[in-house]
Design a protein around this ligand. Structure first.
Ligand code: AMP
Ligand code: GLY
Length: 440
């Protein structure tokens, strides 16, 4: 970009962040580092980090499309960055677009790639997109249970709609046949029964402008509540990236297949007349047969956003303009070639019986970045809520260095909270590598 256009586009850019978690704090932080960006926020409760970065904020339900749109009109906000999936499902982008606000986030129909698992699987099938596990869709419990009773294989059981990342039960892992049937009765609605995939999971996120995508560094999340990948699934306990932006248990060919699948999905959505604009999150299981799609999300992952946005080197204003105007340019998006480790601090009892309302104190965080999530500040003290509290991100030249920074900061927090000590450790990475070797 030459100096003249730089100055022309150098007018203030007002960007609204919707959402109140760690992911949205990371989005707001990245925006606040952008050239001439003024951050506004709409959140369901005051996130102390987002509030500190925002010129003004609106406290409201994140699905209150009309109110949020009116807030944008009042403050002449031209752009919005939608963090969570629930407002996307409620059509917040349709509403904001109608008022002239350009959004990083898909319209309701395109967001079905996440919000409607049956739509996602059927789209992949219709467009012959690779990486599709065997699946069966049932409108209700009776048909689903009847099906399970006719087979002897293990399956993944998922409600069709949104579940906050906690709705999947894997037979042979979380439940037996009886437990699976019980869970299906509990869901008591549409259910997807999928082939159980065995392998190593990874996340590929991309900026998407309707027709093109720009991939971000690969991330691996840690879904289970406790060290050693034990306990129930959570929204994600922590995640890491490596300096080469890849993972040692994924070959170049497998990476390219995963990227190809993401491109195919963008093309399919465009062909359906519902072009995709925003962040596309691909969750893959790398299997003996290559990468298979676990699911797509229509937004950044939480915690994965904190890893990649902490590495973004290019101007995020350019990225936002590129995404929303269909002019994304890969040469203008770059990420630091460093490792990151993100560790979430969560309340005791999370996720099944989280304790809330406890005071916590932070210690010496060294060079770790702190992103607030489900935590409020009262009388100068941080008070936990029932969801994930806050996260530390360590950045280093090596994974070990990044892990130590995050671990030291996380273990210096005092109060009835905990974190996974094994996130981002070399031990875990080695386990991932040898697991993949066994499978191949
Ligand atoms: P989701 O809510 O779809 O992100 O799934 C949560 C977790 O369930 C994933 O991170 C996987 O560990 C697991 N999972 C989902 N689908 C499958 C599958 N078809 N086979 C094996 N594991 C799965
Ligand atoms: N970390 C997984 C998610 O955001 O869905």
């Amino acid at each position: 970009m030459n100096t003249t256009t730089h100055q022309e586009s150098g007018q203030q850019m007002k960007v609204l962040v919707v959402g109140s978690g760690g992911r949205e704090h990371a989005i707001a932080q990245a925006l606040s580092k952008g050239r001439d960006i003024v951050v506004y926020a709409a959140m369901s409760r005051i996130n102390p980090g987002i509030a500190a970065l925002s010129k003004e904020y609106l406290i409201t339900r994140e699905t209150a499309s009309r109110e949020i749109t009116a807030f944008c009109t009042k403050h002449q906000i031209g752009y919005a960055f939608i963090g969570p999936e629930v407002p996307l499902e409620a059509g917040i982008v349709d509403s904001l677009n109608a008022a002239g606000v350009l959004c990083v986030g898909p319209k309701k129909m395109a967001a079905r790639i996440e919000t409607d698992k049956a739509f996602c699987r059927n789209l992949m099938k219709q467009y012959n997109i690779p990486g599709l596990p065997g699946y069966h869709i049932f409108p209700g419990p009776d048909e689903a249970i009847a099906f399970l009773k006719t087979t002897s294989s293990d399956y993944a059981i998922k409600p069709i709609g949104l579940t906050g990342g906690k709705g999947v039960r894997i037979m042979g892992e979380h439940v037996d046949l009886e437990g699976a049937c019980e869970y299906i009765r509990e869901i008591n609605g549409g259910v997807v029964i999928e082939e159980r995939l065995i392998g190593e999971e990874f996340t590929l996120q991309a900026f998407v402008d309707g027709n093109h995508l720009i991939p971000m560094p690969l991330v691996q999340d840690h879904k289970r509540a406790f060290d050693g990948d034990t306990g129930p699934n959570t929204g994600g306990m922590g995640s890491y990236t490596l300096p080469d932006h890849l993972m040692p248990f994924i070959t170049d060919n497998e990476y390219n297949l995963a990227l190809g699948i993401m491109n195919d999905v963008i093309a399919a959505l465009a062909a359906e007349g519902t072009p995709y604009t925003g962040i596309l999150y691909g969750q893959f299981m790398n299997t003996a047969k290559g990468p298979m799609v676990i699911e797509f999300n229509a937004r950044f992952g939480d915690p994965e956003a904190m890893n990649v946005l902490s590495l973004l080197e290019s101007d995020i204003g350019d990225v936002v303009r590129g995404v929303t105007s269909g002019t994304l340019d890969a040469t203008r998006v770059s990420f630091a070639r460093k490792a990151t480790v993100c560790k979430y601090i969560v309340p005791e009892g999370y996720p099944d019986n989280p304790h809330a309302g406890d005071r916590i104190t932070t210690g010496d965080a060294g060079s770790a970045l702190l992103y607030y999530a489900s935590v409020v500040r009262e009388d100068g003290h941080l008070i936990t809520q029932s969801s994930r509290t806050m996260a530390y991100v360590g950045i280093g030249d090596t994974l070990e260095e990044a892990e130590k920074i995050a671990e030291d900061a996380a273990s210096a927090v005092q109060g009835p909270v905990r974190h996974r000590r094994d996130v981002g450790t070399m031990d875990v990475l080695k386990k991932r590598i040898s697991h993949m070797q066994e499978i191949r």
